[in-house]
Structure formats: structure tokens, C-alpha cells
Write a protein that binds this ligand. Structure first.
Ligand code: SF4
Ligand code: SF4
Length: 195
């Protein structure tokens, strides 16, 4: 009886997981595909909207190349992985003549308003190799200047390439947006009509 159990019953019991696996495979084999054969096929735009890729900046509606960021440092402080570096902008440098004029005005007791630094950051760097995509920076940004990108096809061959200059990226995106759409060839029917 012991040998029967070892040679017959046990192999049947052991193959149970195989049967369970085949059952699942069979169930999904005839269902429509939910994956795509990249690069022959790509994800449609609707599904890309829900993809959470690396963090990126959001531009101002009227000036998409400039981020909504006000350099408050909230994202830098709250990032658990320390993958964001923001450098605040400095006030514009005064010319020698302007400095002289300001000094003279101060000495004369006039109220002098010194130029303020722009709120937009001078540098905004992001290290994707450290990011856990936790979303804390996005949730804590008071200016709503950060979001997850839908940059699904982005790849890098080195860690260095995964350190992204987010200001440069925003400028590139704005340039792409403002570029004129490529001319499409006239549809055959329309072309025939014109002839
Ligand atoms: S998603 Fe999280 S880990 Fe990534 S930059 Fe934002 S706060 Fe840091
Ligand atoms: S991205 Fe948002 S949280 Fe980060 S520095 Fe700019 S305004 Fe502050």
C-alpha cells in the first residue's frame, strides 16, 4: 500500500498545481488580449492618461515652458527618497548705475524697492533611480506644479540618464506643443475632386 501511494497517489496530488495552472491558462486563452505587442502596437491615449510614470513639472497655462512652481521647497522637504533638487532663482543683478541710483535714493531718505527674485526655480532636478513614485511631492505641492508623466516608452541605458532636468524637459514639451502639426497628404477622394 505504501508503494502504491508513493508511485501513484502522490504523483497525482503533486500534479494538482499543474491542473490548476492549465485551468487558468485555458480561461484566459480565449479572452481578448489586454496587452499590446510593442513596438508593433502601442497603448492608446486613453489608457496612457492613467499611467503613472516619472514625476514631471506642469507649465503655466499661458506660458507652458515656465513651471507653475513657486520654489517653496515643500516637495524637496517631503520627498522620502531625497530625489528632488530645487534651486531658487536669484534677484536680477543690478548694473553699477542702478546700484548708484539706489544708494543715492536711500541716502536721500526715499523708499527704495529692491528687485525681488523670480518665484520660478533656477534648477529643478529629479533622480528617477531613487524615486519610489509615492506621490508625496505631487500631493504636497501648493502650486499644483507636479504630476506623474505618461512617458511609458522612456528608457535609459545608464543611471546617469535617469537623472532628469525637469525644467529642460518642460521647455522641450512646450516647444513640441507649439510646433506646427505635420502636413498630412490630401485624401485620395479630396485630391480627385480638386483635379
Ligand atoms: S514620488 Fe515620492 S519618491 Fe518620487 S520624487 Fe515624489 S516624493 Fe520623492
Ligand atoms: S514643485 Fe510645488 S512643492 Fe515643489 S518647490 Fe515647486 S511649488 Fe513647491
Amino acid at each position: 500500500m505504501g508503494k502504491f501511494k508513493e508511485k501513484v497517489i502522490q504523483p497525482i496530488l503533486d500534479s494538482w498545481s499543474l491542473i490548476v495552472g492549465l485551468k487558468i491558462t485555458g480561461k484566459y486563452f480565449f479572452k481578448p488580449l489586454i496587452t499590446v505587442h510593442y513596438p508593433r502596437q502601442v497603448i492608446d491615449d486613453e489608457n496612457l492618461e492613467t499611467y503613472g510614470g516619472h514625476v514631471e513639472l506642469i507649465g503655466k497655462p499661458k506660458d507652458p515652458a515656465t513651471p507653475k512652481c513657486i520654489s517653496c521647497m515643500m516637495c524637496v522637504t517631503n520627498c522620502p527618497s531625497k530625489c528632488l533638487t530645487v534651486v531658487k532663482s536669484k534677484p536680477p543683478k543690478l548694473t553699477a548705475a542702478e546700484e548708484e541710483a539706489m544708494k543715492a535714493a536711500e541716502e536721500a531718505g526715499e523708499k527704495v524697492v529692491k528687485p525681488k527674485a523670480p518665484k520660478n526655480p533656477a534648477k529643478f532636478l529629479y533622480d528617477y533611480t531613487l524615486c519610489s513614485l509615492c506621490g508625496t511631492c505631487i500631493d504636497n505641492c501648493p502650486a499644483k506644479s507636479l504630476k506623474f508623466s505618461n512617458n511609458i516608452y522612456w528608457v535609459a541605458t545608464s543611471r546617469k540618464e535617469m537623472k532628469i532636468d525637469l525644467l529642460a524637459r518642460l521647455k522641450e514639451q512646450a516647444t513640441e506643443l507649439s510646433a506646427p502639426a505635420p502636413k498630412t497628404e490630401a485624401a485620395p477622394a479630396a485630391a480627385e475632386k480638386e483635379a
